[in-house]
Structures are given as structure tokens and as C-alpha cells.
Write a protein that binds this ligand. Structure first.
Ligand SMILES: [Zn+2]
Length: 236
């Protein structure tokens, strides 16, 4: 296997995964089932962070095709994926700090949990989560999410605005934001995932960013106070 970049769904640490922390296996079956010989592949990635060591497990089911290999023999090459599951952790939700308001994190976590099985319910939770963030963080409150977003434009930096605008311009998501909060609009899993991606970006940009700026400011002030105390100290 080639080393690849990975970020741990448990501790959020970004790292490079090599053979030491990676395992995979393949199980082929032809049990009178439809679609011929199927291959189920499983992969496990273990987090190298000594403080974490959690592991992520995935399974993927493929249709196969009889393919010639070296030496005149054949093997069953996985060609089309017909199912994909993350077995562990149950949800693709990223861990976020507890200083973010709980109702916002609850909506985010639940939106992640159901994104594959019920994308439109997931998108509805994401929309509520987004609205909760705009109201809580920016103190903007209007009848429709789309109007709250419009109000944001002059308050946030252009990069963040571009991220919001990119997701807003996706057909059904855009329509979704214009509707009443309780109306469920059809979206596919990919669209629902884009909305989750935007929420993750904003949680980091707004809440985590503000917290880190505050912490940095505190350190700078404490350092300045310590230096000034040294200066003021009377000579021995
Ligand atoms: Zn980890």
C-alpha cells in the first residue's frame, strides 16, 4: 500500500498512514446470489496518536469481473461498488469542543448520523444547525434562513462568504434554504454531505477560531504583564 493522508475521526489529528497502521482483507462469494461473484473488502486504519489509538473500519461490496492475470490464470477483479459502509465510528461526525452550544452540536451530530439513510432529514437538521449558528454567533434573526445568510455577507470575511455561497448555489440546497424551516425538501446524499461540510467549516472558522484568538490574546496579555512586572521591580 501507498502511504496516505488521513485524519482521525476520534481525535481529529491529521497524520500519514503507513502499513504499520493499516489492514485490509477481501472475501469473495458466489452463493446463488444475484450479480455473480461478489467481493466484500474491509479496511481498518488505527490512529497512530499514542493518546488515542482508536480505529476506523470500513466495508465495501463490489461486483467482480473475471480478469486474466500473469501466468495464464484468472482472478476476480472488483469493478463496480454496490455498497459502502463505515462500521466504526458509527457516524462521520468530527469531534468538536464542548464550548460550542450543545443544541448546535446535537443537530450537527445527528445530521451526520443519518446522512446516508435519510439525506433529506439530514439536510433539514443541517439547515436548523446553520440557522442556530447564525443566530447564536452573529445575533442575526430573521424569518427565513436565506435572509439571515444575506445579512451575514457584510459581516464575514470574503473567503467564508465564498464557502457559504458555493453551497447555497447547489440547486436543491439553495431551494432548501429559501423554504420554511419545517418544510422537507428532497436532496441527495452528496448534497446533504456538502451542507455538513459547510457546517464543519463554519464551526471551525467561527467558534474554534474565536476561542483560539481569545486564548492567544490572553497569552499575549499575560506575557506583557510578566515583562512589565520585571521592568518595574526595584533594583537589588
Ligand atoms: Zn485518533
Amino acid at each position: 500500500m501507498k502511504p496516505f493522508s488521513w485524519s482521525c475521526p476520534y481525535c481529529n489529528q491529521a497524520t500519514t498512514i503507513t502499513e504499520v497502521n493499516f489492514g485490509s482483507d477481501k472475501y469473495e462469494f458466489d452463493l446463488g446470489n444475484k450479480d455473480g461473484i461478489l467481493a466484500l473488502t474491509t479496511t481498518v486504519v488505527a490512529c497512530p496518536n499514542p493518546g488515542c489509538r482508536e480505529y476506523q473500519m470500513r466495508a465495501k461490496l463490489f461486483k467482480t469481473e473475471r480478469t486474466p492475470s500473469a501466468g495464464g490464470s484468472y482472478y476476480n477483479k472488483p469493478i463496480t461498488a454496490i455498497g459502502e459502509w463505515t462500521l466504526r465510528p458509527k457516524s462521520g461526525a468530527r469531534p468538536f469542543p464542548a464550548y460550542i452550544p450543545k443544541p448546535i452540536l446535537d443537530d450537527y451530530n445527528e445530521a451526520c448520523l443519518i446522512v446516508n439513510d435519510s439525506p433529506k432529514a439530514s439536510a433539514t437538521l443541517s439547515r436548523r444547525c446553520l440557522q442556530g449558528m447564525i443566530r447564536n454567533f452573529w445575533g442575526i434573526s430573521k424569518a427565513r434562513l436565506i435572509d439571515e445568510i444575506a445579512e451575514l455577507k457584510d459581516k464575514i470575511d470574503p473567503t467564508t462568504w465564498d464557502a457559504i455561497d458555493a453551497v447555497r448555489s447547489i440547486g436543491n440546497i439553495g431551494a432548501h434554504m429559501e423554504k420554511d424551516i419545517n418544510l422537507i425538501v428532497d436532496v441527495d446524499p452528496e448534497e446533504a454531505r456538502q451542507l455538513i461540510g459547510l457546517i464543519e467549516f463554519l464551526l471551525k472558522d467561527w467558534y474554534v477560531g474565536r476561542y483560539e484568538r481569545e486564548e492567544h490574546k490572553k497569552r499575549v496579555i499575560a506575557l506583557a504583564a510578566a515583562k512589565s512586572a520585571v521592568k518595574k521591580a526595584p533594583p537589588p
